[in-house]
Write a protein that binds this ligand. Sequence first.
Ligand code: UDP
Ligand code: MG
Length: 318
Amino acid sequence: MAKKLLSVVVPVYNEQEVIDETFRRLSATFKDYFMDIEYIFINDGSKDNTYFKLRDIASSNKEVRVINFARNFGHQIAITAGMDYAKGDAIVIIDADLQDPPQVILQMVDKWKEGYQVVYGKRLQREGETFFKKLTAKVFYRFLDSMTDVKLPVDVGDFRLIDRKVCDAMKCLPERSRYVRGLVSWVGFRQTSVEYHREKRFAGETKYPLSKMLKLAGDGIFSFSYKPLKLATFLGMLVSAFSFIYLIIVLVQRIVKNDVASGWASSMAVSLFLNGVMLIVIGIMGEYVGRIYEEVKARPLYVVGELMGFGEDRDKQE
Ligand code: UDP
Ligand code: MG
């Protein structure tokens, strides 16, 4: 029987300090493994020497393929591209910084052999990350789960194994603001988890500044839930109710006491509050309108600048 193929998808952005070690550890993990391995590195528009390091790795290892993006498109898009190009019977997504230990992949493959089609890594402990990051991550995953109708496992990142069938199903989801882990939950299939300790970054620093974290969080919430819109409606109704009651109070005052000139402070308060609420509601609508705009433009998700290690038959350009 022919060996099965495992695709290891690694998104890489400015990781010149770690990339050699990452490849070394990955290949050590799969030395004499019972499956064939292909590595797909997605160079997400790195500005450092990552490109040259990957080129060297690809030229001396025929199982390595590199997708060079024309610019930085972001982690989630990089993963998507990796899944588009992967040929494996199973596909593993792993960060380049060795925070997700390659050894855990072996456990994931065992679960896959048992018949599970999605095996995600559940973080028991996160080392070497700031208190702020851990706290925001913890709060975010729980908040998101409560906001959405799809069941999203908590404390789970993109480190996971997916079966070919799941990968093909995900390719049918062309949406732009991609929250990949949510999409995996959305497609369903037999899912399970393996638990692991998230290590420190091997070298370099996080490529997820607060701005990117917020974007990811926004994509998670607004692409998987329209509860914020319901909340906006609710807020609007609540505020209208209060305003109405206040209106009656004012009218009664006018009729009974006939002095309404005083009240600058209260009218200011009401107007500021109402304007605030309206801005929030408009902002929430804007999040959805912006995403509709992105979808309607229907631009490709990413632009490939150069492919390495794919061979002639695989030069598909997207
Ligand atoms: N990454 C990427 N594009 C980006 C940001 C990050 O491909 O715009 C990659 C990065 O190289 C790493 C993975 O995504 O392999 C996770 O990033 P990082 O480790 O910086 O995130 P953290 O673990 O701090 O959340
Ligand atoms: Mg990391």
